[in-house]
Structures are given as C-alpha cells and as structure tokens.
Write a protein that binds this ligand. Structure first.
Ligand code: ZN
Length: 243
C-alpha cells in the first residue's frame, strides 16, 4: 500500500497536477492522505477541491479551509492572506463548502495521526522548534504524526527523551522504526523553505519507509492566474522564491 502524503495545496492547481504526474511516474499510489489547507492564497480553489475529491482522500482541515467557510475570522490572518481568503470564499460552490465543513481536525490512519498544525493545536500551531515538538509528542497516541502548516519539509524524532530535528531532503527517505516522529512533507502549493518546487511525500506501508520528493511546476501559469484574479502581488511574487 502506497500513500501519497500532501499538504498545503493552497489552490495551486498547476503545482497539484505536477505532483500527481510525478508520483504517477514513480509508481503511483493507492490512497491520498491530505494535511489540510486545500485552499487559500492561490487562484484555483474550486478546481483543487474537485481534483482532490476524485481520490476520496483522507483529509483534515487547515486554517485556510476554515477561513474560507467562515469558521475562523480572517482578522486572525495577515492582510494579504485575509484578502485572498475573502476572494476564495466567493469562488466556492455549495458542494465545496459542504466538503470543507465536514473535514475533521485530526484523523488516525494506520500508526499515523494526521493534523494540519499540531496535535495540541490542529488549526494554528506551527511545529517548527524542538521545544514545540517535545510538548506535542505528549498530545497524540500513535507512533508517528504527519503535519503541514509550516510548508517546510522536516522531521522531528524523539530519541530517548530528547528531540532531534532535521530537514527532509529532496529524494530523502526515512525508514520508520520504534522512535516516535513528526514528519512534514512540505507544501505542494506554496513552499516556504527557499525551494520553489512543489513538495510532497510517499509512505510505503510494505517497506515502512517515507520518501520525500520535489517537483518543478509551471509557476508562471499559477502567477498569471493569480494576477488575472486580482490576488495580492506579494502572494504572487513569493511563489518564485519559495518562501
Ligand atoms: Zn498552509
């Protein structure tokens, strides 16, 4: 069984399609695990929800998914993110809204917990420091936890009582053992680690190995669509830099 692990698609259809082509060329997948923020920032919210739903994914809600349906206040976002949220909300069909509305905040699959931010605070917390990881290891039951939200591909491993932190390199693989882990596959639609390529992971349950991949996509197409839709310039520019 092979799981495609994706998060933070952020309405970036070109990036999402590139990931799907790339994984197909690498042997495909059986199921999709999605870590939330399907929408927000990018130009194609409805199309991304539609495409994702074709795979009947296991999917949790992110802060932008909730903002798009009014479950969190856009006042909690920075001004450009809030502007994109308000635009996103206008693009959704009743079916899209219903789909986002029903997404849970946390799910367990196999020996993994899936959340957007962190097990302690699934909607908002960025799991970026060893201290935050340490506290959060007490907040879920499974051995491993998959998170998104920061758009940075990284791994926190609990070794004895201390947390070891490392980036998850492109083409890197991680053999799962007894140590508990947080794994972030990075962001599909708005990477923030200085590499503008779409980022995703694959979990192979047969070999108990997680693989991390990057794939180039047509950034100019996404930027052109964002411009046409009047989305904020800073959100358009940042895609080129991958931050
Ligand atoms: Zn996000």
């Amino acid at each position: 069984m092979r799981y495609l692990v994706i998060g933070d698609i952020h309405s970036n259809l070109a990036a999402f399609e590139a990931v799907l082509r790339d994984i197909k060329a690498r042997g495909g997948f059986d199921r999709v695990w999605c870590l939330g923020d399907v929408v927000g920032y990018g130009p194609d919210p409805h199309e991304c929800i539609q495409l994702l739903r074709q795979f009947e994914p296991v999917c949790v809600a992110g802060n932008h998914d909730w903002a798009a349906i009014g479950r969190v206040d856009t006042a909690d976002f920075n001004p450009v993110a809030a502007q994109a949220c308000r635009w996103t909300a206008q693009q959704l069909t009743p079916e899209d809204i219903d789909y986002l509305q029903k997404l849970p905040l946390e799910l367990c699959q196999d020996d993994f917990t899936l959340v957007h931010g962190s097990p302690r605070e699934p909607v908002w917390e960025y799991l970026m420091s060893r201290e935050a990881a340490q506290d959060n290891f007490a907040c879920f039951e499974t051995t491993y936890c998959l998170v998104g939200h920061s758009h940075v591909p990284l791994v926190f491993e609990l070794v004895g009582s201390s947390v070891v932190y490392r980036m998850f390199p492109d083409e890197g693989s991680l053999r799962l053992g007894e140590n508990r882990l947080f794994i972030n596959p990075g962001g599909v639609g708005q990477p923030r680690d200085g590499d503008p390529r779409a980022s995703y992971a694959v979990y192979d349950a047969n070999t108990k190995t997680v693989y991390h991949y990057r794939v180039e996509y047509d950034i100019l197409t996404t930027q052109k669509r964002m411009k046409e839709r009047g989305l904020p310039l800073s959100l358009i520019m940042r895609l080129s830099q991958g931050w």
